[in-house]
Design a protein around this ligand. Structure first.
Ligand code: DGY
Length: 428
């Protein structure tokens, strides 16, 4: 890639992020997702820091202004009314000053905080702003372990597929069978008006998504009740790896700011959870798997959730096994890393989280591989991701076989990750 290519891609990525900027928060893409989404925002901030550090901090601060009193940080903040999205605030009915959804999302905030903090050029501002965010991020972690790990096992469950961010992953198929659909209010989907329906979750899945929302709403979004009352409780290795990594990164920032007790607390918790993650390892699959907490069984589904575990400091031999799986994928796929094992008959290359490549996942995987010493493969994932956006632009996700752009277009976090990839490859 020449210097002028780098410049051109940098400018295009900045243009996408700016076009979705609503002043104090950024929408994932206009039309399909017109509000602030939790993990989108934190990952977006990492990209924003390359051209506007102040704005990057604001992105995270806005998100945490809407943290619930119990510590949860919701997955959507409905800042401005927009009927182009379903389910909107009237369906969630969470009774917050600014309406929000009632579930959460992968907690990348601790990781993003460290990234912003360590790279910042304005040290004084970074220290001040990081110091203010630290207790909020810690409170969110406390919330997870108190509400989603009631037996203190060190692993937290998601109660809704939207919490994992991997909405229609094959991982949930079996557990989802236990979620009923009777009695849900009639509804009209809006997502399929913005994106190709064959790239999106099915109607049966939507019915179940909504049943869970209505069930939790009937319990007044009381987080002390939801875990045990949910027919869907899944321990996702990717989600837990993100929580562990964020805890360790939060501890590192706390240490740097002289908050030694906070650092020690969060480090200890991350270590306990890292040890607990081993419960999700499968020798048969050579990767981590989801655990269905209602049955106590590992879920036989080789998805990206198990590969994302490399984002936490897992043992070197586990990282090597994950590297082998990704290398094998690269023999048959033009673009890696697929969100599901392409050899599985349930794989669908264009349908959301049942096969497509997502740049944010590639970013976390290459970061983890690099930390585990799998540098060649980390570089390969990075280069392959840049080739993908050269071919297909800043889409929401891509078909790993053809590179076809799928879902929403001009996607913020895809563009933010491209800025990171350019920087990591030494091009910025
Ligand atoms: C959606 O609406 O598709 C989101 O993924 C849920 O947050």
């Amino acid at each position: 890639m020449s210097a002028s290519d780098t410049n051109r891609i940098f400018n295009l990525a900045v243009e996408v992020v700016k076009e979705n900027d609503r002043g104090t928060y950024t929408v994932p893409t206009k039309g399909l997702y017109p509000f602030q989404w939790n993990w989108d925002s934190c990952l977006t901030a990492i990209g924003q820091a390359y051209f506007d550090e102040d704005r990057a901090w604001t992105e995270m601060e806005t998100l945490f202004e809407h943290q619930w009193p119990d510590g949860m940080v919701p997955h959507i903040i409905f800042h401005v009314y927009d009927d182009g999205y379903f389910p909107g605030p009237d369906v969630w009915n969470t009774n917050r000053p600014t309406p929000t959804s009632g579930i959460t999302q992968p907690p990348v905030a601790g990781f993003a905080l460290r990234r912003l903090f360590e790279r910042s050029k304005d040290r004084a501002a970074a220290e001040r702003r990081a110091r203010a965010l630290l207790p909020k991020i810690e409170k969110w972690s406390d919330w997870f372990y108190a509400n989603r790990d009631p037996k203190g096992e060190g692993l937290v469950a998601i109660l809704h597929p939207w919490e994992a961010g991997r909405d229609n992953s094959i991982d949930w198929d079996e557990a989802f069978e236990r979620v009923p659909t009777d009695g849900i209010a009639p509804y009209t989907r809006r997502d399929t008006q913005h994106a190709d329906p064959s790239h999106r979750p099915t109607k049966e899945q939507y019915d179940r998504y909504l049943w869970l929302v209505e069930h939790f709403r009937d319990l007044n979004w009381d987080n002390s009740k939801l875990h045990d009352a949910s027919p869907f409780q899944v321990v996702d290795p990717g989600f837990n790896a993100i929580l562990i990594r964020s805890g360790a990164d939060l501890a590192a920032v706390a240490e740097a700011l002289g908050e030694t007790e906070m650092a020690a607390r969060n480090r200890a918790r991350a270590e306990k959870s890292l040890a607990a993650l081993e419960r999700l390892w499968s020798d048969e699959y050579g990767q981590y798997l989801c655990l269905d907490r209602t049955t106590g069984e590992l879920v036989k589904s080789a998805s990206i959730g198990g590969l994302m575990a490399v984002f936490a400091a897992i043992p070197a031999e586990r990282a090597a096994s994950i590297a082998k799986i990704i290398t094998r994928q690269a023999e048959t796929l033009r673009y890696i890393v697929a969100s599901h094992d392409p050899a599985d008959p349930r794989f669908e290359g264009k349908r959301y989280w049942r096969g497509p490549v997502w740049l944010i996942v590639n970013y976390m995987i290459q970061d983890g591989l690099r930390a585990a010493g799998q540098t060649d493969l980390a570089d390969r994932v990075l280069q392959n991701s840049l080739e993908l956006i050269e071919q297909s632009g800043f889409a929401e996700y891509y078909d790993p076989q053809t590179g076809e752009p799928c879902g929403g277009g001009r996607f913020t976090w895809t563009a933010a990750m491209v800025l990171e990839f350019l920087a990591l490859s030494g091009r910025l």
